[in-house]
Each structure stands twice: as C-alpha cells, then as structure tokens.
Design a protein around this ligand. Structure first.
Ligand code: GLN
Length: 486
C-alpha cells in the first residue's frame, strides 16, 4: 500500500487501529519525495533523520496513550515560518543560511499536536509573487503539468500536497498566497481570519495583511489542521482571544438555511470561460445541497489591486529594513564603508521583485506623497471593508473564482509584474478586509489543470466555509484525483 497517498484523516484512522506506524508513513512519504522531487522541486530543506526520529517518538507516544490529534502525521511548512531545526530562508539569498533562534508558534502547535515535520517548502522571495518564480533557490512545478507554475507565493506548499510529498502543509497568505496556489494545484487552502492564527515566527511581509493557514488534500484535513493551529497567542499582539470551535463539527451539515452570495464584480472581464464554467457548475452543486443563492455587490472591487499594491509594499519596505547585513543573514563583505556595506548587501541579497516592492513602498510612504498614496489607500481599504460588511448582511458566505485563469507555463508572465498583480484581483480583498477565505477544487480545464472555487465569509466564520466546501467536495467528484507523476 502506498501510504503517502492517504489523507490525514485516513492515516490517523490507520494509526489508531494499529494498522500502520508513523515510521512507516514517514518512510513512505520520504520515498515519495525522493521519487518525484526532481520533477516537482517543492522542498528547500528536508530533515530525513529528524522526521524519522519524531515519527519514532510519535509511535511511542501513541503506545503510551499520549497521542495528540495529529500524532504521527508527516507535514511540511512554507520556508517563511521560523524553525530552530532547519534554516528559514524565505526563498531569499538574504537569509540563505539563517537558522532562527526560536520556533514559530504554529510550528510549536503542530509539534504539540504530534505531527512530524519533514521540511521547508519553496516560495516566492519573502512571499512576494504569484508563481514562486521569485524563489532564489528553486521554482516548484505544478504536479498536474510539470513546466507550469504551481502558483505563489506558497507554491511549494501547494505542489508538495498535490504531489503527495507530505500529508498537509502550511502556507502564508498576504494577498492570496494560500488560496491561489491551492487553486492552481487542486488542493484545499484556507486563509483564516486576520488574528485567528498566530503570526509569531512568521517572517513579516505586510503585517496588517499576513496570515498563516493550511493547504490540504481535502476539506476534512483542512479542519483538522485548523484545529491544531488556531487560537490566541500572547506572543502576537494582533492575535485575537476568541474560543476556537472544533472545525470538524462544521462538516456534518448540509446547506439548508444557508444563503450564498455571488458577487457580481467577480465574474467580470478577463475571466477565463473554463474557469467561469467550472465555478458556475460548483455553484449549482451548492444550490442542490440546499443553499439559497443571491446576487451581491462589492462596488469597490476595482480598487483592490491599487490599494493592495500600495499598502503591501509600504509595510514591506518597513519590515524589510531589518535586513541590513548587520542583524541577519547575508552581508556583502567587499564594502569599504558602512553605507557601502548596506548598499551592496541589499543590492545583492534581494531579488528584483523584492527591490521593486521596497522602492514602491518607500516612495508611497515618503513625506509629500504619504497623503496621496498610503493614506488614500488606507481610506479606500475602509470602503472595501464596508462593502464586505454590507454583503454579509445579505448572505452567510460568498463564492467566486480564485484566479481568473488556470496555471500557465513557467516563464510566461515572469517579465510582466503588472499582469501578475492584476491576476491577484479576486484574492486581495479578503486580506484587506481581514476576512477568512478558502479555495476548494471544483473542476479541471480541458488541459487537465485544476480549477478552484473561492469561498469567503465574515470574520471568524471559518466554520461556514468548511461546511460549504465539504458539501461541494462531495458533489464535485474532484477529491481523490491525483496527478500522473512518476
Ligand atoms: N501575489 C501577491 C503578492 O505578490 C500576494 C502574495 C502573498 O499573499 N504573500 O503580493
């Protein structure tokens, strides 16, 4: 039996029944990584020995009746989350050999739940991008069609799950970086409400937008991962102290009594007809499951790209000031003076996209321009938030596409940052508003590329997303389909 292809829940059942050990699961997934990693290119660091050691401990814990909820399950995480056992590079030369002095809270929580940490996954440098092509070390491929992008910035997290190179993973989402790669690789991906999951030990990109969340093979696994990582953390001042429901409970119900909004603006120009068709088919399935459909409107949608691409770079320019050659990671040693050392370190340590964001952000925050750019963007952000509040007065959740198109060839848009920024139009607003959003597979293009449906709900209403996603998943006939990798 090929254990690596199991879902988290299936693996847990077998562990509980004594039909498999965590060591056997871990060996199976390590063998899978060896077989397909040359094609998929998802892992920046792999900790074989550490993983096997943790698996042995998990097996002992289970024997002793001390199994946590994810005891013995091999997982992997985006390389933006701090770990003491492996480097945390953020896909950047700047942090190439950096080992963090502490673990991110989500890493600690996954460990406490008993999971086995396999390694760190490829990503766009400092999470800036939509294809993972901005990674300084390797570019993950879409397991459904090698040579095509896995999406970004959590491209490695999506590719590794889709290719069965881990049972589940974590990503981070500042403007779509969990939902978009999940959609392009045919996995489930959840960006929780801002404040739901601790950001302690998540290397900051844009602090008012960043959020950690799971990428999984199905919706139940997403609920299991959410149970493990959500909850208040005194180490993150934006983390919110609200009780965490058992997200698995949300999966029991149908959709009777649920009203689903269809935002008019999300089905506009530039939407690939195949994507539209798959999403509309998905919407019909939700209606069959008992949901009531209404049209809603988010009138400020047109401004999302402009607002996000001012606020995110502004915050990034401030967050990335710490990478100066003195405090962390890379230092250019050829310089003769302090200023020259800063200059050379930042010129050589950062890639083009990161530099572009720092320039845009610094400009937008500079005196004389602040009011026209950053302040204005913050004001429009409030209007976008209000759009959602009004829409959620009329519905329990909203459904839409995640991305305007399925995955494209690696290299096709690499020289066109504006085209990539525009392709984020459907995911950015959830971060601007702070609401939870999710991608769940709903179909395939004619070329065999996955298409995801986006679900969005009001703050802290992740449960209704999981409930709707689970209903869709049971009807869409997509779950369990696997890419034909070696
Ligand atoms: N694609 C968006 C960007 O490039 C979102 C990235 C993210 O969510 N980390 O900024």
């Amino acid at each position: 039996m090929e254990y690596f292809s199991l879902t988290v829940q299936q693996a847990l059942r077998m562990l509980e029944a004594g039909e498999v050990s965590s060591v056997a699961l871990t060996e199976s997934v390590l063998a899978r990584i060896e077989a397909v990693e040359p094609t998929v290119q998802a892992y920046l660091a792999l900790d074989r020995e550490g993983a096997l050691r943790q698996a042995e401990q998990a097996d002992i814990a289970r024997k002793n009746g001390q199994a946590g909820p994810l005891c013995g399950i091999p997982v992997a995480i985006k390389d933006v989350l701090c770990t003491t056992t492996m480097p945390t590079t953020c896909g950047s030369r700047m942090l190439e050999h950096f080992v963090a002095p502490y673990d991110a809270t989500v890493v600690t929580r996954l460990a406490r739940a008993g999971s086995v940490l396999l390694g760190k996954l490829a990503m766009d440098e400092f999470a800036m991008g939509s294809t993972s092509e901005n990674c300084a070390f390797k570019v993950p491929h879409n397991p459904w069609k090698p040579g095509y992008v896995a999406g970004g910035s959590s491209g490695g997290s999506a590719a590794a799950v889709a290719a069965d190179q881990c049972f589940a993973s974590l990503g981070s989402d500042t403007g779509g970086s969990i939902r978009q790669p999940a959609s392009l690789c045919g996995t489930v991906g959840m960006k929780p409400t801002y404040g739901r999951v601790s950001r302690y030990g998540l290397v900051a990109f844009a602090s008012s937008l960043d959020q950690v969340g799971p990428l999984t093979k199905d919706v139940r696994d997403c609920a299991l991962m959410m149970n493990a990582i959500c909850g208040h953390d005194p180490l993150d001042s934006t983390s919110i102290d609200q009780p965490v429901p058992d997200y698995c409970h949300a999966l029991q119900d149908g959709l009777k009594g649920i009203t689903i909004g269809i935002p008019r603006e999300y089905f506009g120009q530039g939407l690939d007809p195949e994507v539209e068709q798959a999403v509309r088919r998905g919407i019909a399935m939700l209606e069959e499951a008992g949901a009531h459909l209404v049209e809603v409107t988010l009138p400020h949608t047109d401004y999302c790209v402009a607002v996000y691409y001012l606020i995110a770079p502004a915050e990034a320019s401030s967050n990335l000031a710490r990478f100066d050659g003195v405090r962390y990671g890379f230092r250019d040693r050829s310089a003769d003076s302090l200023i020259e050392m800063y200059n050379k370190t930042r010129s050589h340590g950062f890639g083009d996209e990161v530099k572009r964001r720092i320039l845009i952000g610094t400009y937008a925050l500079s005196s004389g321009y602040y009011d026209a750019f950053y302040k204005k963007a913050s004001q429009v952000r409030s209007l976008i938030k209000e759009d959602f509040a009004k829409a959620f007065a009329a519905c329990d959740l909203m459904v839409s596409p995640v991305t305007p198109t399925p995955a494209w060839k690696i290299g096709d848009k690499a020289d066109d940052p504006l085209a990539l920024y525009l392709s984020d139009i459907l995911t950015l607003s959830a971060n601007l508003a702070g609401i939870p959003g999710m991608s769940v597979p709903c179909g395939f293009s004619r070329d065999g590329l996955p298409i995801g449906m986006q679900l969005q709900a009001a703050h802290f209403n992740e449960a209704v997303l999981l409930r709707a996603a689970h209903n869709l998943e049971q009807r869409a006939g997509v779950v369990g389909k696997k890419p034909a990798l070696a």
